[in-house]
Design a protein around this ligand. Sequence first.
Ligand SMILES: [Zn+2]
Length: 389
Amino acid sequence: MIRIEGERIAEVGSQVRIPAGAAVVDLGDATILPGLIDLHTHLTGDERVHWEDALTKSTPPREALWGARNARITLLAGFTSCRDMGPSWPYVDVELRRAIDEDVVPGPRMAVAGSYVSPTGGAGDARQFSPYVDVPLVRNLADGPDEVTRAVRANLKNGADFIKIFATGAMLSKGIAPGARQYTDEEIAAAVAEATRWGKPVAAHAHGAEGIKAAIRGGVRTVDHGSDLDDEAVALLKAAGRRVFYVPTLYTYQAIDRPGENNPIPESERERARQFRSTGYAGFRRALAAGLPIGFATDAMVIPHGENAREFAERVKLGESPMAAIVAATSLNAEIIGWQDRVGSLVAGKLADIIAVPGDPLRDIGVLGRVGFVMKGGVTYRDELARRR
Ligand SMILES: [Zn+2]
């Protein structure tokens, strides 16, 4: 039994006294869990439009509206918190976060990147259509420690909660290959030093082993994707303790290559993902074997919004226990994002972010894809399991 007062959990126990006049929600034999947390989403992105095309064919208002739609879908799928890794149009995510916090649209609690910081020709450099085409509103390229410092300051001034940098190339980019590292040690250090001055963390996108290790050594909070996580990278993570975390996105490898009309990804980039698939799986197994804490993330937009729970099945298939996967998406992710005092577990004093699924996710992890009850901050957003009395 969980007693909720306002937006917070007041009491948890097998026998909790029901105060007079309290509304009772009886979830029967459903399994109750803390609201899920996804550390890598792009809620403002429409999964049917390639993010680079969005800059020439879409507008910030369209992305904001689609962001509201995606935020709602994500919340109803049981994800009550997201760390959003950056929009195509800078700062649309800041406004989405604000609209959710002001109760204008339903959505998860968001930590946002504002505008990701990329080297020229790197994974975040969308201006590759023609050297004669400029996108004047997108100023996310920074080369050299001074420009990186300036980009970090601009993002934090404009409302970002953390900084996203690209340590290597990406699958969904025409730029430098995913395995190739790009930012130098000095550039990574500049980003971390400036973000640290503001009390904010840095998340590093990294696929190749050298970029992964440079990011860990540079003191980022998370290494996202982390495809080619080799033994040395595992040892560096072990040595860093719980200051740096590996955050894989395992369902992306097959989602990028999914058939169907709603996949805008060109063959050249699907091939990049195919080449990394077994490497990414091996990296995850290596982290598991070493007993590393492994953050939970999906890269939603690269995978269809609302399918976030598919990541659980990937992790369990690769050898993780269902309980460890659930802990990753709840209390561990809360710690990684720095919200462990607010969310991630069902204890008195924390925000009442609660979901329920029919059946037992420890027997069938797939039930996490059939969330039937969602409460965020004491407000019910989905209610298909509850019997009210
Ligand atoms: Zn991403």
